[in-house]
Write a protein that binds this ligand. Structure first.
Ligand code: ADP
Ligand code: MG
Length: 562
């Protein structure tokens, strides 16, 4: 409600809550910082893990930033923006989620101090934008050239990514698998650039054995078994018929009544059915197929005939799997047995049923198209397998990033320190209030090496000073090796490397979110139709009491005094 010549004007629905100016901003910043704090302890190879329990009591144990934030039910709008930072980072480059959120939190923390010194938020966001642009340029300049031929670089990047995961003990083996998988699916596009689609890497999970039994299968896995025990379980030089229709006698759509007057007629009827099924299976056998993968059912009698013909069959396979098989084996998908021709059958070097724990699965290997690969994840419990899957996802992304972008930087806080030092030099060329913003941007970057050190039980300031000194001497990849505890070491030399795009994206996504949060000076929350009274979502830093409603409150709003 506002006043216009003494007449109250109702602008918003009753119950709408509003928060303006400083209050809105400090509230938003506080909420965002809470999120950054929540993931801080999980950064790096010495980071701690989180156990998350959802409303149904399901447990997730992880130290993957994106997963932690996805699982916690955040209510505050500014906190939600921080969750978005992690999501963007995850979908764009697949790694560096914790880094980007911690960085955003630190940028906000330091921006708040400048705002308290009466520097306008738009000056700060403009300074941040310039600093981010420059930081990306610096990262590009210090990068090492890599790419699809740099097997060592690819594997090292995958290993670095794995080393901050719960499954890091098996990082060598898992990194190799991720690299091989990406190399298998990578393709050279028309413009000569390499691209790798991680969607092409199929993931299958099976509880049992240990993480080290995780393997890469060049082909496809079906979680089905051979339809009849008499059929061959292992077929070399497999000629595969992909069938979308059933190998059964079609039932009529209506109820039909058959008047049978003598036992002969029953026999005749059955003979006819047998004859039809025999003809169907003969058509298959005549095509030269020795494996049938069927989307629908296969009649018992047909199974018998197929077994006699030495043909292996699998039934009720998912449509999507049949389509994948068509691509992998180069075979056509048939809907009518009369259309089958031998040249349109798929081919694979080996089709085999194997027992994994209590289940039998069909492995179709050495396919015509070598780009089909599956990672079969093994591990003692479901919790472990899920974490292995997340680690593999991140590593696949990291290898893809390097294959596509062809650039690496050292890890362990090295790039952040280097960029910070160069940014401070850049800031001095700017002058004015913008210089302050660029300087605090540089200071914010130090949070990464500081947090890595803190999580490993090292002295933050001491580590930072030693690293800075090394960088000043020209060692651009001086960082802390948290595997050995060596405080100053050339990270690239010891193979702790990360894709440049991961660092670039972390800077971009954190700067974007920070700027967005800093520009908000008005939070208007509609009254919620259901739920607790008070309108503003509960949780981190809600609306302070007394702000509720619009009635007469406008006059008392804090002035905007930047
Ligand atoms: P994010 O979600 O940001 O990827 P992580 O928990 O995966 O967070 O930690 C990544 C950080 O850990 C990076 O800065 C990376 O350089 C660092 N790191 C990984 N392995 C090592 C190592 N052996 N020594 C030092 N730092 C490492
Ligand atoms: Mg990581």
């Amino acid at each position: 409600m506002a006043q216009l010549g003494g007449t109250p004007v109702f602008i918003m629905k009753e119950g709408t809550e509003r928060q303006r100016g400083r209050d809105a901003m400090s509230n938003n910043i506080a909420a965002a910082i809470v999120i950054a704090e929540a993931v801080r302890t999980s950064l790096g190879p010495r980071g701690m893990d989180k156990m998350l329990v959802d409303q149904f009591g399901d447990v997730v144990i992880t130290n993957d930033g994106a997963t932690i934030l996805k699982e916690i039910d955040v209510q505050h709008p500014a906190a939600k923006m921080m969750v978005e930072v992690a999501k963007t980072q995850d979908s764009e480059v697949g790694d560096g989620t914790t880094t980007s959120v911690i960085l955003a939190g630190e940028l906000l923390k330091r921006a708040k101090k400048l705002i308290e010194q009466k520097i306008h938020p738009t000056v700060i966001t403009e300074g941040f934008r310039k600093a981010a642009e420059k930081a990306v340029e610096i990262l590009d300049n210090i990068s090492i050239k890599s790419g699809i031929d740099d097997k060592e670089g690819l594997k090292n990047a995958a290993m670095t990514c794995m080393s901050s995961k719960i499954v890091s003990e098996s990082k060598e083996k898992l990194a190799q698998i991720c690299m091989d998988a990406i190399l298998a699916v990578a393709e050279k596009s028309e413009n000569g650039k390499w691209v790798a689609d991680i969607e092409k890497v199929q993931i299958q999970k099976k509880e049992g054995d240990s993480i080290d039994d995780t393997s890469l299968i060049k082909g496809i896995i079906l979680d089905k078994e051979v339809v009849s025990p008499g059929m061959p379980k292992s077929i070399r030089d497999a000629k595969i018929l992909l069938l979308q229709s059933a190998i059964e006698i079609e039932k009529t759509e209506f109820d039909t009544k058959l008047q049978i007057t003598s036992p002969d007629q029953i026999q005749q009827f059955l003979d006819e059915e047998e004859h039809m099924l025999r003809t169907m299976t003969e058509k298959i056998a005549n095509s030269g197929a020795n494996v049938v993968i069927c989307q629908k059912g296969i009649d018992d009698m047909a199974q018998h005939f197929l077994t006699k013909a030495g043909i292996t069959a699998v039934r009720r396979v998912k449509k999507s799997d049949i389509e994948k098989l068509a691509k992998a084996t180069g075979g056509a998908i048939f809907t009518n047995l009369d259309d089958i021709t031998s040249d349109k059958l798929g081919w694979a070097g080996l089709v085999e049923e194997r027992k994994i724990m209590n289940d039998s699965w069909i492995f179709i290997e050495e396919c015509k198209d070598p780009k089909s690969v599956v990672i079969l994840i093994r591990g003692g419990t479901e919790l472990i397998i899920d974490e292995v899957e997340r680690a593999i996802h991140d590593s696949l992304c990291v290898v893809r990033d390097v294959v596509e972008d062809q650039k690496l930087v050292g890890g362990g806080g090295a790039p952040e320190i280097e960029v910070a030092i160069q940014l401070r030099k850049y800031a001095s060329t700017l002058g004015g209030r913008e210089q302050l913003a660029v300087e605090i941007f540089a200071d914010s970057l130090d949070i990464i090496p500081k947090t890595l050190a803190e999580n490993a039980g090292l002295d933050q300031i001491d580590t930072l000073m030693k690293l800075r000194a090394a960088h000043q001497k020209g060692n651009k990849f001086a960082g802390t090796d948290l595997d050995t505890g060596d405080v100053v070491i050339d990270m690239a030399k010891i193979g702790v490397v990360e894709p440049t795009v991961v660092k670039v994206q972390a800077i971009k996504s954190s700067t974007e979110a920070t700027s967005m949060i800093l520009r908000i000076d008005d939070v208007i929350a509609s009254a919620r139709s259901a739920g607790p009274p008070g309108g503003m979502p509960p949780g981190m830093g809600g609306m302070p009491p007394g702000m509720g409603g619009m009635g007469g409150g406008m006059g008392g709003m804090p002035p905007m005094d930047y």
